[in-house]
Design a protein around this ligand. Structure first.
Ligand code: ADP
Ligand code: ZN
Length: 721
């Protein structure tokens, strides 16, 4: 065979055929350089017969130019790429690009030159150099990356190299990672944990596809337990992928991993430096990286020899990617495990209803850790009815919570207040003329961030300095903040408990792994009395002295009418409640609400998770919603409002008429303007048995849109804005 069909990274092109020149050896998965017109492109040789398209005659075939020095993409990954593209209606090219996620890695092993500060006494410094020296302490990276970290130009740093302030270090981009030791810190497992671990270990050794739903209450030792499966894979010489929902969580995870296995695992996420990416990618592909811990994008890494996948906090919504290829990493992880013939463990204290249903129907095996480790008890949960227990005017912490906070401070115990809203206030308006600050690019209010003195859009990142006067009526000092964000709650705590040490934990304050580590250290050392945080603090943390959790507004997530609203509220509140009383002292949770009679609040208060899930399951079944029916969304957008509307109407007007497919819309999206684009949505609801993807593909394939219109399909959507 000297003809091959290749996948190229241009969604507009489709697969291309090439001739394999004499002496070149390629196989399916080989990453090659191919000619395209006058250019050279990167392509992947694909399995014969799996990519559709007419064959071009042999005499028109152009020869491949070279094979890149990386292992061929393994067959299970090629099947995963095909499945993902097919299921999520994405182009093969866009999915394959997620697998070839380091350009540097494709060039083969080599060395990179990085720079670090020297011990040279700097003498008199320009402000730029002083700034760089301050920021670069302990850093080693390329000039470009250091410039980014220090916030100075490349030229400043090059000048510092010449002045002897920075020195070059040549590093081997393929230097191996230190090996993990499966027997390093073996814990004494409880009986429950032992049983569960034994199942996992047997499955790992069997090299068989088996999805597990690890359903264990907060603090039951889920991590400790699945670490035994990780150890088993290490013993077999196989690789492990651990997916975490948030980079901020990796810090605590890395510490625990190190305590168990003696070294930290290899990490993979979007803020890696390019040299780290390249090294990690190649180590994964060569099979030398034993354990990769990463965000969802790690799912498409080219593992040479995968033995186990773990999805921790598997219920988390952040596993769903909402731009580019709109995939759900939790579900794709299960498919990858299937193609790789390995077990996959979905761990959660509050599993997604979809996952529970899969267990119910026997497709996943549910394993349970029913109680907290080491005799810790579940916290006591109380509801605070805000209609009766009213906070003071302009305050958000009701008297019972104030009292509980004071009590903890006196006892020297820690408290955590949870409100899932960054910044100081969600809306700012002018007292005189009523002007409201709105994002120019989005249909959203600007959120005041008092710490950084800015008004910011949480959708597109647009920011302006907080003005002194109203931009409309020019009246000075007339702006009022409406509603609370975590910054405002932190201020309120400081006013109530002036002597308390308060830590604000949001993505605005924990901006780097180092900051996250610092927070964990301070909280563990009891240098913090009250933590005020967003969803970032709801999971993963284990502070034994934390005995009080206050939920500032349990109703917030229930607004908006999303079908998963109650489930999400349950998960979020149960998770944050799970931070309380993890040590020897019992925990207490106060949930502030205006709707104590809402089923989700009642379920939280009574701890009756099963009843809540049962009621939710019935509601979903009645609505034909997932997992009983299927949903898809079509999102149409354009910078031109009329163009977006017309395109959406065109799609609506040519909708197929099928008995078991219901189409809602088009209607303006709740976020009708996002990043300067006007948006319309259609929602499609179908029976499980419907081949929804085929229906949508055939429907949209016959339509043509103006170049400024974007049409995105979201299969199994999580976001409805
Ligand atoms: P979960 O992930 O279920 O919330 P964790 O795995 O974080 O629970 O465990 C809670 C705490 O109990 C952690 O500090 C963990 O180290 C500890 N722990 C759990 N199981 C064991 C064990 N068998 N031996 C020692 N410590 C354990
Ligand atoms: Zn915006």
């Amino acid at each position: 065979m000297n003809r091959v069909r290749c996948l190229v990274f241009n969604s507009a092109l489709g697969p291309l055929d090439y001739r394999v020149p004499e002496g070149m050896v390629v196989e399916a998965g080989s990453v090659v350089v191919a000619p395209l017109g006058p250019r050279q492109i990167i392509a992947v040789v694909w399995d014969a017969g799996r990519l559709p398209g007419a064959e071009i005659p042999a005499n028109k075939l152009r020869p491949l130019l070279s094979v890149l020095p990386v292992p061929p993409l393994p067959a299970p990954l090629r099947r995963l790429i095909e499945w993902t593209a097919d299921y999520y209606l994405a182009s093969l090219a866009s999915v394959a690009r997620m697998a070839l996620s380091s350009n540097g890695a494709l060039r083969g092993g080599s060395t990179v030159t990085e720079y670090r500060l020297t011990d040279t006494e700097p003498g008199r410094l320009t402000p730029q150099r002083a700034k760089a020296i301050e920021a670069l302490d302990g850093q080693q990276a390329t000039i470009r990356e250091l410039a980014e970290i220090a916030g100075v130009s490349d030229a400043v740093l090059r000048g510092m190299v010449n002045a002897g302030l920075l020195e070059a270090v040549v590093v081997d981009s393929d230097r191996p990672y230190p090996p993990a030791d499966p027997a390093f810190g073996v814990p004494d497992l409880s009986d429950d944990q032992t049983q569960v671990a034994a199942r996992f270990v047997a499955s790992v050794h069997a090299h068989e596809f088996q999805p597990y739903l690890l359903d264990g209450v907060t603090g039951s030792g889920k991590t400790e337990t699945y670490f035994e499966a990780v150890a088993a894979a290490m013993e077999d010489g196989r690789q492990v992928l651990v997916l975490l929902p948030e980079i901020a969580l990796t810090e605590t995870f890395l510490k625990r991993f190190e305590a168990r296995f003696g070294v930290t695992p290899v990490t993979w996420h979007s803020s890696l430096k390019s040299s780290e990416r390249r090294r990690a990618w190649r180590a994964v592909a060569m099979g030398s990286a034993q354990v990769i811990v990463g965000a969802r994008s790690a799912l498409f890494l080219p593992f040479a020899n995968l033995g186990l996948i773990i999805v921790d906090e598997a219920h988390e919504v952040s596993f769903k990617q909402d731009d580019g290829v709109r995939y759900n990493a939790r579900d794709v992880a299960v498919m990858r495990a299937r193609f790789e013939s390995v077990p996959v463990i979905l761990a959660s204290a509050t599993p997604a209803l979809e996952s529970l249903q899969m267990a119910e129907s026997g497709r996943y095996e549910r394993v349970i850790l029913p109680s907290r480790f080491g005799g810790a008890t579940m916290p006591d949960i109380q509801v605070v009815d805000l209609r009766i227990e009213q906070p003071e005017r302009g305050h958000w912490i009701a008297p019972p919570l104030v009292k509980a906070l004071k009590d903890r401070l006196e006892k020297g115990e820690q408290s955590l207040l949870f409100l899932n809203r960054r910044g100081y206030a969600p809306l700012t308006l002018c007292r005189t003329c009523g002007y409201r600050f709105q994002c120019p690019n989005c249909s959203a209010w600007l959120v005041e961030h008092r710490l950084s003195r800015r008004l910011a859009c949480h959708h597109c990142g647009h920011e302006v300095p907080t003005p002194d006067a109203c931009p409309e009526c020019h009246e000075p000092d007339c702006l009022v903040a409406c509603g609370p964000g975590v910054e405002r709650i932190a201020d309120e705590v400081a006013a109530i408990l002036p002597e308390a040490r308060v830590a604000l934990v949001t993505s605005d304050t924990l901006t780097s792994p180092a900051k996250a580590a610092e927070f964990v250290e301070m909280a563990s050392a009891k240098a913090i009395d009250v933590i005020v945080g967003t969803q970032l603090v709801t999971k993963g943390y284990h502070f034994p002295e934390l005995t009080l959790v206050g939920v500032i507004d349990a109703d917030m997530g229930l607004e908006g009418g999303d079908l998963r609203a109650a489930e999400r509220t349950y998960q979020q509140v149960a998770q944050v409640a799970g931070r309380a009383g993890r040590g020897e002292k019992p925990g207490e949770v106060l949930i502030q609400t205006r709707h104590p009679e809402a089923p989700v609040i009642e379920a939280l208060a009574s701890g009756d998770r099963d009843a809540f899930y049962a009621a939710e399951t019935d509601a979903r079944r009645d609505a034909g919603a997932p997992p009983f029916g299927r949903w898809a969304a079509i999102i149409v957008s354009s910078e031109d409002e009329a163009e977006a509307r017309d395109a959406a109407r065109g799609i609506g007007g040519s909708a197929p008429h099928l008995a078991d497919v219901m189409i809602l819309g088009p209607a303006p999206a709740p976020l009708s303007l996002l990043r300067g684009r006007y948006r319309y949505r259609l929602l499609i609801n179908a029976r499980r048995s419907t081949e929804l993807q085929r229906v949508i593909r055939e429907w949209l394939d016959q339509l043509r849109f103006p170049p400024g219109v974007r049409v995105a399909v979201d299969i199994d959507p999580y976001s409805f804005v």
